[in-house]
Design a protein around this ligand. Structure first.
Ligand code: SF4
Length: 237
């Protein structure tokens, strides 16, 4: 089965489970004038466009191969990420790294990892308990993400959890309904799956959700094969 047939089959599957999905928005970044990730990062490091700037320790811009074929997008930095300025470095990050390296056979350095919001959202801004970003924060921060996608030009985006999936697919549907299928943001294949933190909170290594994540990674592997993306090691690309 070639990529077209695969996408068509999944589109049909998507329609059958989700007839009301809204058309993805072709969102444009307000940072079209920025031509490199480093330049964009420097702007984000100074950003005060939403209230999350008041409690952050670091802006967590994202990291990885600037020419990555695969891009992972989570919701926002947690405590460890806020402290280090790096995405997905806590326990959830370790699980994500295992998914990337053991499941997809790609070095973490050769994918790109980012979040919808670049500063840590916490409950009541107390800097204690993490929470998903609210709509206002996502709207304020998303131009950075959109420009990151435009500059990196990945072939496949894996959205981790509700905020990034809902944002890219312009839908209010939840991850449980959406995962297991291929969607498109512009011409980029989007494969939604559970956020690693959600997996850890619901049974961790023994969680049944891990099986679903693996099923989603099999979709990614199939797309990689169809798009002729090889599994490469550090510095291969
Ligand atoms: S979350 Fe995004 S928009 Fe808000 S202050 Fe941080 S970088 Fe700026």
């Amino acid at each position: 089965m070639d990529l077209f047939e695969y996408a068509y089959k999944n589109q049909k599957k998507e329609e059958s489970i989700n007839p009301n999905i809204e058309k993805p928005l072709w969102k444009n970044s307000q940072y079209d004038f920025v031509s490199t990730l480093e330049e964009l990062k420097q702007i984000a490091l100074e950003c005060r466009k939403c209230k999350l700037c008041l409690t952050r320790k670091n802006v967590v811009f994202g990291e990885g191969n600037p020419n990555a074929d695969l891009m992972f997008i989570g919701e926002g930095p947690g405590k460890t990420e806020d402290e280090t300025g790096r995405p997905f470095v806590g326990l959830a990050g370790q699980l994500l790294t295992r998914i990337i390296e053991n499941g997809l056979k790609i070095s973490r350095e050769n994918v790109y990892i980012a979040n919808v919001v670049k500063c840590r959202p916490t409950v009541e801004m107390k800097g204690e308990k993490d929470r998903p970003p609210d709509e206002e924060e996502v709207n304020a921060c998303s131009p950075y993400l959109i420009r990151q996608i435009e500059l990196i030009k990945p072939k496949i985006i894996i959205t981790l959890g509700n905020p990034s999936t809902r944002f890219l697919l312009n839908t209010k549907l939840g991850i449980t309904k959406l995962r297991g299928n291929v969607y498109y943001y512009k011409d980029i294949a989007v494969v939604p799956t559970y956020h690693p933190s959600f997996v850890l909170r619901n049974g961790g290594e023994n969680s049944l959700l891990k099986k679903d994540v693996w099923e989603d990674m099999k979709i990614v592997l199939k797309l990689m094969q169809d798009l002729r993306i090889k599994s490469y090691k550090i510095n291969d690309k």
